[in-house]
Design a protein around this ligand. Structure first.
Ligand code: IPD
Length: 255
């Protein structure tokens, strides 16, 4: 899959080239930029040329994926609001789903130069070095990344309660603005857990495999295994923290 990582680096020149991204709006705070479309079109063309039998399922296109054959799942820019604001924390997220699971995932942040990737059964890596989901701190000292579901303002009160309970239980809260990178930061042990109440397949398919291959425990907000073909609530955590964070989620969901 080295050739796919090289294509992602090449695609990213379409993100870093434009000083002031051309933007249109899908909803409040929900943008699509020319760079999203340029990254998507470049990768779709390049992957179809090299893997003509594989399907393609991407954020910025109308699509229904046929998962009976291998399918690429792409978010051309995860963390689009960051990208529009010049925040420097956005990534291309690409996964390959085949035979009932994600077999390959990569998340590339051209602003930091970090390429995270994993192959099923082959471990997880950042710029080629192995990573482990070992935060090195128990929950009272841990950093927890909470995604705020920015496109679902009707769930803002739930995010507020989670913030309060997690802040009381943990060391501190983080909110980076890219779900794909949030998975990778937990995979690299930079955070003890990441969670968000609703993500789309392209937001989390690649990050999920990277976190799992790094040894993280993952699940939906009922603790069930995730199906990366479907939108879902997600939790990924250092194994020593997972159950405690899940218990906090479940307490709030019952309120
Ligand atoms: C969003 C980001 C954000 C998360 C949202 C996602 P986008 O993806 O990952 O961190 O909170 O739920 O939709 O729209 O920037 O590709």
């Amino acid at each position: 899959m080295d050739q796919v990582l090289a294509l992602m680096r090449e695609a990213a020149s379409r993100m870093t080239g434009a000083a002031c991204p051309a933007v249109s709006r899908k909803g409040r705070g929900n943008f699509v930029t020319q760079a999203d479309l340029a990254v998507q079109e470049f990768l779709r063309g390049a992957l179809q040329e090299r893997f003509p039998d594989y399907g393609f399922f991407s954020e910025e296109q109308e699509n229904q994926a046929d998962f009976s054959r291998p399918v690429w799942i792409l978010d051309p820019i995860d963390g689009t609001a960051n990208f529009v604001a010049g925040y420097g924390h956005s990534a291309i997220s690409l996964a390959l789903y085949q035979e009932g699971a994600v077999s390959f995932g990569a998340v590339y942040n051209p602003f930091s130069g970090e390429m995270f990737h994993a192959g099923r059964g082959k471990g997880a890596f950042c710029n080629g070095a192995p990573i482990r989901a070992e935060h090195g701190a128990a929950l009272p000292d841990a950093l927890i990344e909470l995604g705020t579901m920015p496109y679902y303002k009707d769930r803002a009160a739930e995010v507020g309660r989670l913030t309060e309970e997690l802040l009381l239980a943990a060391g501190d809260i983080r909110r980076g603005g890219s779900a794909a990178l949030a998975f990778c930061y937990t995979a690299a042990g930079r955070t003890g857990a990441m969670l968000e109440g609703l993500l789309q397949p392209w937001d989390y398919a690649a990050g999920l495999l990277i976190a799992e291959e790094a040894g993280a425990e993952t699940g939906d907000w009922a603790g069930r295994p995730l199906d990366p073909r479907k939108p879902s609530a997600v939790l990924a955590a250092d194994k020593r923290i997972f159950a405690e964070v899940l218990a906090i989620i479940q307490k709030i969901r019952k309120e």
